[in-house]
Ligand binder design. Structure first.
Ligand SMILES: [Zn+2]
Length: 469
């Protein structure tokens, strides 16, 4: 490992410990994340997980190369049921939800993984995996379906710390939705029950893959037999991730994943989200209520991934206030007339903030700590701006730091001025002129017009400035 790369520590669910992370080849991180099941719009609980994975990805990418793979589950019980009800084939039923998922991700500034893999496009890889599991005795036939024999896999339950005595030997489950209380032999390949169910031919009989199978097959296809990091939400630990380990390690004999990293739940007003409670929100619901995607991302980022996040509308309001503070600061900083040179005190505060920001993220992605470091700096710089201490070179250093903050957390409001700016500049010029002529009726009218366009004007020592609300 390079000496100038600070140590990244992550909590590994497999050991329960905070461990120093390095990619196995010291160069490229092989990262796998479970993706959505595309039969409806994702809710903010799902999006919290994708935002956490995005911050993890961005932070890893600041140190190493990255190969990030995410699956799209485009076949499962619910998809089959809903597509049949809608009278559509699988692809035309799932495609709009897949598209909506990526639209939602883009709105929340979630970067796209290097590889997005669709379950239905990897059936041969899945058939091969089942074939190998049958041949080495880890899978067996019951009726026309194929099941995984968990009693044969010694380490079963290690990730979720299940008591092995709870194993229901010989009990089988073939639904994609699982009971959580006890491990049972799970289905690898499901024989069709209805004549109109989608199916693929296989040496062990036609059917379709069980849900767990796809992640093992696709992760190993794109990332090799041992992944550096596998992430997902805590509710996937059992049985999904436990079953991924059992399937993969039974055929390779190697550890499937070095680091398991799991994001905690999101609650709404202190309760689990449920449609029946009226506290179930998709991103679309929140945007319709007038919330800005950046505010929602800020709220999701502001709580460390390992802590439960209680989503409230007051929380969104606070997120908006925090973002406004950043925006206001950037506005003052970029527009201030500054002396040339560098103030050492401000320079060292900037360096401290930068180190604290990196150290917080290296400490198991402590995003709230990282934001804390930013706000301490903003407080100090606001004072330095008012007293005239902040100089040209300080501004450059602070803007560099803000760029890093944005690369990592993607929460800095946009700073670029658009083409419409000229139009607004012209209105602001008329506003200033009106004030100079003490025509306050006119200046108020223009101020109101600007406000309606989302522009706030401010009278400062250096003249009238404007910014977006
Ligand atoms: Zn998965």
């Amino acid at each position: 490992m390079c000496l100038d790369v600070p140590m990244l520590k992550l909590t590994n669910t497999l050991t329960g410990n905070l461990e120093t992370f390095n990619p196995q080849d010291n160069s490229t991180v092989r990262l796998y994340a479970c993706g959505p099941t595309v039969y409806n719009f994702v809710h903010i609980g799902n999006l919290r997980t994708y935002v956490f994975e995005d911050v993890l990805r961005r932070h890893l990418a600041s140190k190493w190369k990255i190969r990030h793979v995410m699956n799209i589950t485009d076949i499962d019980d619910k998809i089959i049921k809903n597509s049949i009800e809608a009278g559509k084939d699988l692809k035309s039923f799932t495609a709009p939800f897949t598209e909506a998922f990526f639209e939602d991700c883009a709105k929340l500034r979630i970067q796209k993984p290097e590889t997005v893999s669709y379950a239905t496009e990897h059936i041969p890889e899945m058939i091969d995996l089942v074939d190998r599991l049958i041949k080495n005795g880890y899978a067996y036939r019951e009726g026309d379906s194929i099941y995984y024999r968990i009693s044969k896999f010694g380490p079963y339950g290690r990730l979720s710390r299940l008591d092995k005595r709870e194993l229901k030997v010989g009990a089988r489950i073939d639904a994609d939705e699982y009971e959580k209380e006890a491990p049972q032999d799970f289905v690898l390949w499901k024989a069709p029950k209805e004549p109109n169910e989608p199916r693929w031919p296989a040496p062990f009989g036609e059917g379709r893959p069980g849900w767990h199978l796809e992640c093992s097959a696709m992760a190993m296809k794109y990332l090799g037999e041992t992944l550096d990091i596998h992430c997902g939400a805590v509710d996937l630990i059992f049985p999904h991730h436990e079953n991924e380990i059992a399937q993969s390690e039974a055929v390779t004999g190697h550890p499937f994943v070095r680091f398991w990293v799991h994001g905690e739940h999101l609650l709404v007003n202190g309760e689990k989200m449920a449609k029946s409670k009226g506290n179930f929100f998709t991103l679309r619901d929140l945007l319709e209520k007038g919330y800005d995607p950046l505010t929602i991302r800020y709220l999701l980022v502001s709580v460390r991934y390992r802590k439960q996040l209680n989503f409230t509308f007051d929380g969104l309001k606070e997120a908006k206030t925090a973002l406004d503070r950043i925006k206001e600061f950037v506005f003052r900083l970029t527009d201030a007339a500054l002396k040339a040179g560098r103030n050492d005190r401000v320079g060292s505060a900037t360096r401290t903030a930068r180190d604290a920001f990196e150290a917080a993220l290296d400490d198991d992605l402590n995003t709230s700590g990282a934001l804390g470091a930013l706000f301490i700096l903003i407080g100090e710089c606001n004072v330095a701006l008012a007293s005239g201490e902040l100089q040209e070179d300080n501004r450059t250093e602070i803007l560099d730091l803000l760029k890093i903050v944005d690369e990592r957390l993607a929460i800095v409001p946009p700073m670029e001025h658009s083409v419409l700016d000229q139009e607004i500049d012209e209105l602001v010029r008329k506003y200033t002129e009106a004030r100079k002529n003490r025509d306050f009726a006119l200046s108020d009218k223009i101020r109101q017009e600007l406000l309606e366009r989302g522009i706030v004007v401010q009278d400062t020592r250096e003249g009238t400035k404007w910014r977006r609300k």
